[in-house]
Structure formats: C-alpha cells, structure tokens
Design a binder for this molecule. Structure first.
Ligand code: MSP
Length: 540
C-alpha cells in the first residue's frame, strides 16, 4: 500500500492494544457504512488478541445533541426513550456481524457523563476556557459550527452547509469557548514528531494545511436546548455534542473515576493505539481531540486512521441520502464471513469503495467458494477416503521431499503481520490467499487419486494429505480475524475446537503442529456456490 503510514508500535510498548470506532449517531440504524468501520476495527482487534496483545476494543453510541433531541420530539417521545429504542438495534447488528467489542459505551451512561464533567473541571482549572457570545452558523445534521466565511449561500438566499448541503441555522448564544487558537503550533509540532499519527498520508497533509491556515476558538457549550451533559459549574449550559462524543474514548476506560480499578485501566490503555474514523470526521479527531487532550495534560492517541466511504452510485451511503442498506440484507445472501471478507479485502482500506453486488458475487465465488471452501472440502474428503477420517502420520521418509506449502507457510506470519502493522487488510488477506491457491495447485499436481492406487505410494499420499491439512490449519488461523465463524468451523472439523482463540498465533502457526490421529470431519461446503437466481435478486 503506497499511500500509507508506518507502524503503530510505540517506544513504550505496554503489551496492550486499545482500538476504537467512532461512536455512531442514534438518528439512524446501522448500515453498510457504519458496519464497515466496525468490522475493520473488529478484524484488527481480533488480530491483536491472537498476536498476544492485551486488547481492548471499544464501540458505542453518540446519544446527545440537537439532532437526537429533534428526532425524539418529532416522534413524540423523550430523547432518552429514543436512544433506548435505537441502542439495542446497534448491539444486535454488531452481534450478528460477529463483532467482538469488549465494551459498548453510550454517552448517556453515568460513567461517561461523570467523566465529561471531570474534563470540564480540568479545562477550567487550566484556564483554557472562557465565556463569550457565539454568533454564527450551525449544521444540525452534522452537529458542526460554521463561520460566515465557510457557509454557502444559494441563489434563493438559503444558507447551506459547505459539507452536506443542508440548510444551516443561525445561532446567537452565550457559550463557553475552548482556546483552540492557542494550539496551532503545538499540534503542528505533534504531527511533526509523530509522523504516524494521521493516516493515510493524504489525510495527514489535509490536516496539516488546515491547521496552518489558522485555528479559531471553538464554542463548546450550548444553551438553547438541554439534551447534553450539563456543565458542572454553569447551570443552563450543556456540552457541545462533539466534545461530549470525543471524550467517550477516555471515559470508557475510566477517566474521571475515583475507583482504583478504573484508574488502572486508564493507565493500561491510554494513549489509544488507533482510532478508526471515516474521512469525514478527521478534523475532529486530529485537530480538536489532540488539542483537548493537550489542554487537559493528557497524552494524545498514537494513531488516527481515516478510511474512505462506501459509495452507492457514486454517493456516500447514509441515512439522509436515502440509500442506506442494512448489513442483514447482504449477510442473508452471502453469509457473515463472506460479507466481512469482501469489504475488507476488495476495498483498499483508506480509499473509497463502490458497493457492487456483481463484484461481491465474483469475489465470493473465486476466493471463497472455488479456493478456500473448495480446498477444505477436497482435502477433508481425501482424508475421509484414504485415512479413515484421521490426520495421517507424516512419514519420516518424506521429510526431504519438496514441500512448497511448508515453505510458503514458514513466512506467512511475518508477511501477514507486516501488512496488519500498516493497516493493509487487502495485503494480509492476499498473503493467506497465496497459500490457499498454492495448496489447491499442490493437491491437483500431486494427484492423490493416483497415489492411492498403489501401496508403494502410500507414504507419498500420507505426506500430501498431511501437508494440505497443515496448510489448512495455518490458513484457518490467519483468516480468523476476517472470517471468525468459518475458521471456528474448520477447527471443529479438525478436532481443534477453539484454536482461533489462541493468543500466540506466531507459535501456533509453526509448521507441523497438527497432531496425527486427530479426527477430521467432512461437513457441508463452507461457501456453497451462489445460484444465479439469488444473484439476480441481489442486484435489484
Ligand atoms: N457521532 C459522530 C462520531 C463521533 S466519534 C467521537 C458521527 N457518527 S456517524 O453515525 O455519522 O458515523 C460516523 C462514522 O460512520 C464515519 O466516520 C464512518 O466511520 C462511518 N460511516 C458512515 N457512513 C459511511 C459510509 N458510507 N462509508 C464508510 N463509512 C461510513 O459522525
């Protein structure tokens, strides 16, 4: 991946790994776009766990703000009730996509509200806030302030958002302001000293030129509605929703709590290893967030990785555009693992990607049905037919025979890890795919059906079968972060139930660890070929 970044390992490696998704607005239910960030985060979290890191994966919901208050009012219910109706839909959707988050924060949680107030006190004590009048524009759907220079005036006189094109509101309020303007040079110095902080590089350049153009102080409280975290020292003010939301990353790991266990958790996981965000919210995460942390005297995150958008007909998928598709519509056709595999392997993480059913079906059939699924079926069948459904002993007299699969597998951990270190999912998947396709060729070229004809070639047959089974075990390990259910199934069939839960993949993936005599079950195809009728339906 050319436009990428360096590794996220810090000098002070604590053996922990903390990764987050943005917290999603509760005005919409999960769609392919929000699921994309969540799956990518899940895959990285699974990999880090398998690679021995004490991993914490956080996701959650952004429940305050004017937009939620308005949606609830329109539905005739309280904002809290609105949030309580939407929250389970996210939890269910993530469960259905096999998301392995360790925590799920809601900004209406007591722990979060307490942490936000502690943060206000810290800013107040350090002198980084002051009260003034805000006169300017506000985009409710994006919950963002805009200055007179940033707005777009249409011919009919309406003033619209420069980002989303929807009408802006004029706001005249007494607010608390954060002295963001004092942080320009400090931020530029931080970017300079931490070249891996913003990824990919295009985003880094974008942020640097934004900061160089000059930062203005930011209004961080609101007084014209009350759906937010109240200020601890100024009644009638609630926290601006973006400040509230960004703080979730620290409140979820104990910031603002007196409990020693929470404080220990904070010390263990902060600073965060990676915040995954969409490219639309990079300024909040790479400008406002580090400035807030610097103001409070806290370390900044190690990395913010901004991925691209999933597009339908060239437009970002979103609820407001009316083009949102629920993950369940696709998993019903392709299954959860194939859905995860497609979005993470075929769309280069960091770039935009078009959502195409045709392409999904193509990738499903070529990589999963014809390669991975086919390999497992044919090798497990072989094992049933020639070795009574048991892993054969690798014959000692075959030790010096050419073993291309062992050679490829030997370097797989390093190649895969090198890709994951730079958040290159497609590269990591391709490294496993290389072994998969080599294994299919190896079985084909070795012609086990011929070797089975004579007792003289029995040892060769055993060696070929063992090698193919061992390659499958290795692939199931490395595919597990992407396709956890399929790997779990392959391990069940190899009588290695739960092997994907390892915390020592480097050790476990060493060649030759598959024990002879293990029962091997054939089972149904892992990825049945999609029939044409289903595909026609999918494209509608
Ligand atoms: N609530 C804020 C984030 C606060 S984080 C402190 C927010 N929420 S959101 O619901 O609009 O979702 C934001 C994230 O969802 C994006 O940054 C991105 O990660 C993901 N996506 C939403 N639509 C997307 C696509 N069409 N494609 C890819 N990702 C998308 O902003």
């Amino acid at each position: 991946m050319e436009d990428t970044c360096r590794k996220y390992e810090s000098e002070a490696d604590k053996g922990s790994f903390y990764i987050t998704t943005p917290i999603y607005y509760v005005n919409a239910t999960p769609h392919l776009g929000t699921a994309y960030t969540t799956m990518a985060t899940d895959t990285m979290a699974r990999w880090q766990r398998m690679d021995g890191k004490d991993t914490r994966f956080l996701t959650g919901l952004d429940e305050h703000g004017q937009k939620v208050a308005q949606s609830a009012a329109a539905a005739g219910i309280s904002p809290q009730e609105w949030c309580d109706r939407i929250a389970p839909k996210f939890k269910e959707a993530w469960k259905a996509l096999s998301i392995s988050n360790d925590d799920f924060i809601r900004t209406t949680d007591e722990r979060h509200m307490r942490g936000v107030q502690a943060f206000w006190n810290a800013l107040y004590e350090k002198g980084y806030i002051y009260k003034d009048t805000y006169d300017g524009w506000y985009c409710v759907p994006e919950e963002t302030f805009f200055t007179a220079e940033q707005i777009v005036k249409k011919e009919d006189g309406t003033v619209v958002c420069p980002d989303c094109g929807r009408p802006l509101e004029f706001v005249h309020e007494e607010n608390w302001f954060f002295k963001l303007s004092e942080f320009g040079d400090k931020l530029l110095a931080y970017y300079d000293e931490h070249p891996d902080f913003i990824c990919p590089t295009t985003r880094r350049n974008e942020v640097i030129s934004f900061v160089k153009s000059g930062l203005k102080d930011l209004s961080i409280s609101r007084t014209t509605f009350d759906w937010g975290v109240p200020l601890p020292f100024d009644e009638g003010h609630v926290t601006y929703v973006w400040i509230d939301a960004l703080l979730n990353y620290i409140t979820a790991i104990g910031y603002g709590s007196d409990d020693p266990a929470d404080q220990e958790m904070f010390a263990k996981y902060w600073p965060c290893d990676i915040h995954y965000v969409g490219k639309d919210i990079i300024r909040f995460h790479c400008v406002i967030w580090p400035a807030m942390l610097m103001a409070a005297g806290l370390p900044c995150p190690k990395k913010v990785f901004a991925h691209g958008f999933l597009l339908t007909k060239g437009e970002k998928m979103s609820k407001s555009k009316g083009n949102a598709v629920a993950p369940a519509d696709l998993t019903a056709i392709f299954g959860v693992d194939a859905y995860r595999y497609y979005f993470l392997s075929d769309v280069q993480f960091g770039a935009d990607g078009a959502i195409s059913m045709d392409r999904m079906a193509q990738v499903y059939n070529s990589d999963l049905a014809n390669q991975w699924g086919n390999l497992v079926s044919r090798v497990f069948n072989m094992c049933g037919k020639y070795f009574d459904g048991k892993v054969p002993e690798f014959p000692a007299n075959q030790a010096d025979a050419p073993n291309p699969l062992r050679d490829i597998a030997a370097g797989l951990y390093d190649r895969y890890k090198a890709c994951m270190d730079v958040v290159d999912y497609s590269g990591a998947v391709a490294a496993v795919g290389e072994l998969c396709s080599a294994a299919n060729h190896y079985v084909e070229d070795s012609a086990p059906w011929n070797l089975a004809k004579s007792e003289e070639t029995r040892d060769q047959l055993a060696a070929v079968s063992y090698n193919a089974l061992e390659a499958i075990r290795s692939m199931a390990l490395f595919y597990a972060p992407f396709m956890p259910n399929t790997s779990a199934e392959v391990f069940r069939r190899l009588s290695l139930e739960g092997a994907q839960e390892t915390r020592r993949i480097q050790h476990c993936s060493k060649w030759g660890k598959l024990a002879a005599g293990n029962a091997v079950t054939k089972g149904a195809p892992l990825f049945p070929r999609l029939d044409a009728k289903v595909l026609t339906l999918a494209d509608k």
